[in-house]
Design a protein around this ligand. Structure first.
Ligand SMILES: [Zn+2]
Length: 261
């Protein structure tokens, strides 16, 4: 590392982390909102058009765009037309801060933690997009895969050879499961985004953790599905996106694996 941040006092590190992750959370809101739109409309990008109120089209000034704080200062409404601002924006910012702090407290300040933060931010964007659109954009899954291979050149989480095998196995494992499902049920059970996502996790952590991630994801998915059926919010045929559960499984692995090693 060029900068040795670990000599900073812990409170200053924590404060820095809170401020950085609040801004990242704000950016994740943009990614979550715009990335699915960008797939259909090439006039939209992450930076253009500038953020505006969806109702009155007024540009949002920087002082009305401060993570979490602006939402409360504006009493959750647009400064110009009083249109309600969704609670989702501050919530995602808050979740980003909370999960980033969890990574810092559990992994300590080191290179694994820095990579873990980036990993966590990617997972937040993918989870919300998949919940909302049943979609895992290649821009997120494939970039995460390449990133995993790159960081493991330095053996950050696992050996590079293990990461390569993990990526290949992650993809083929879900491809196989999906084809078995298709053979029995005559329809797809998993999207190709899920295959790429598990490939990315293999690239980050190697092939063995994939079984932990898959088991955890299926277990949590089954509980959530069962609860939805009991609460009559879903039927047996109701489709649930699998990506968010895979993300939870992978995040738990990120935080617990150092204790296994
Ligand atoms: Zn407005």
């Amino acid at each position: 590392m060029i900068l040795n941040l670990s000599i900073l006092p812990p409170w200053l590190l924590m404060l820095t982390l809170i401020l950085v992750s609040a801004c990242i959370g704000s950016f994740l809101n943009v990614v979550i909102y715009r990335l699915p739109l960008m797939l259909d409309n090439e006039n939209i990008s992450l930076s253009r058009p500038r953020s505006a109120c969806p109702n009155c089209k007024h540009m949002i000034a920087w002082y009305d765009n401060i993570p979490i704080i602006s939402y409360f200062l504006l009493h959750a409404a647009c400064r110009h037309c009083q249109q309600k601002i969704s609670w989702r924006y501050p919530l995602i910012e808050f979740i980003t801060i909370f999960l980033s702090l969890a990574v810092y407290f559990i992994l300590g300040f080191n290179n694994q933690m820095l990579a873990g933060l980036v990993f966590t931010w990617w997972l937040i964007a993918m989870t919300v997009i998949d919940l909302e659109h049943f979609l895992l954009p290649d821009q997120l899954t494939l970039s995460l895969l390449w990133l995993g291979l790159l960081i493991n050149i330095q053996h950050l989480f696992t050996a590079l050879s293990d990461a390569v095998i993990g990526a290949a196995l992650g993809y083929s494992l879900l491809w196989l499961i999906n084809n078995l499902y298709k053979w029995v049920r005559k329809k797809d059970g998993l999207g190709q985004g899920d295959w790429k996502l598990l490939a990315a996790f293999g690239a980050w952590f190697g092939w063995m953790p994939l079984f932990y991630i898959l088991t955890t994801a299926s277990f949590i998915g089954a509980i959530v599905g069962l609860m939805a059926i009991i609460n009559k919010k879903a039927k047996l045929e109701t489709a649930l996106p699998f990506g968010p559960f895979l993300c939870i499984g992978a995040w738990l692995w990120l935080l617990t694996s150092p204790t296994f090693l």
